[in-house]
Design a protein around this ligand. Structure first.
Ligand SMILES: Nc1ncnc2c1ncn2[C@@H]1O[C@H](COP(=O)(O)OP(=O)(O)OP(=O)(O)O)[C@@H](O)[C@H]1O
Length: 215
């Protein structure tokens, strides 16, 4: 499902971040661990097709991402991948439901109001459907971000520090929701974190050391 080998990424010609080889099978749940600056966000962005121009190989669902054009990559990402970011990137001028509607719209998928209702119910957000996202608590906003990420039934969910800003109760809830959402559609789940509270919650781990290659 995801195969990374000999992967190196350079933000500038003088700095190179080298990643360990790993394979993640369909439906597996992984924690991506490593110190601050070790490259966790960079790796999620590479595997999710948000960063291009890498050295080595990133194969997702049988496709080497570097072979896709920018447009094909956008399409691939919209259909197959759900992102949950640390800062939730919700659009503050819109309601919860309108934020969710953007997901299928951007992926050019049909709008399914019944499915939006299902997802809102599952995440305990049914009474927030018409609320502006600026009126939500941090835990609620993170649940909306999860709802948006899983709405298109992605085969892969990437979550970048989804719990670090949350108290223990919301942390537990968000992890359970991510795992439930992943299990529901058999999605592969990779959670990047240095939140120690998550260590026992996912089956497998990928550990990054700050192995920055000399340029
Ligand atoms: N846009 C950028 N331009 C230049 N360098 C960058 C950029 N983004 C990240 N880096 C560098 O790449 C390295 C890896 O950063 P990255 O954000 O992937 O690490 P991380 O493990 O996710 O860190 P954190 O846990 O603090 O979020 C760091 O040395 C960082 O300074």
């Amino acid at each position: 499902m995801i195969q990374v080998s000999k992967l190196v990424y350079r933000y500038t010609p003088a700095t190179a971040i080298a990643f360990p080889d790993f394979t993640v099978q369909k439906g597996e749940h992984f924690l991506l661990l490593g110190d601050s600056g070790s490259g966790k966000t960079t790796l999620l962005h590479l595997a999710g097709g948000l960063l291009r121009q890498y050295e080595g190989s990133v194969v997702v669902d049988g496709t080497e991402l570097s072979t896709l054009s920018e447009t094909a990559l956008d399409h691939f990402r919209g259909k197959k991948i759900g992102f949950v970011f640390q800062r939730n990137h919700l659009i503050s001028a819109l309601s919860v439901e309108q934020n969710l509607m953007l997901s299928p719209y951007l992926a050019e998928l049909p709008l399914d109001h019944a499915h939006i209702t299902e997802v809102l119910d599952a995440l305990g957000l049914e009474n927030k459907r018409n609320s502006r996202v600026t009126t939500l608590s941090q835990g609620q906003a993170q649940r909306v971000a999860i709802a948006r990420a899983v709405l298109n039934k992605p085969s892969i969910i990437f979550a970048d520090e989804p719990t670090s800003a949350l108290d223990d109760k919301n942390c537990d809830r968000v992890v359970s929701l991510l795992l439930d959402a992943a299990r529901l559609h058999g999605s592969t789940l990779i959670v990047a974190t240095h939140d120690q509270r998550l260590k026992s919650k996912l089956q497998h781990q990928i550990r990054l050391t700050a192995a920055h290659e000399p340029a």
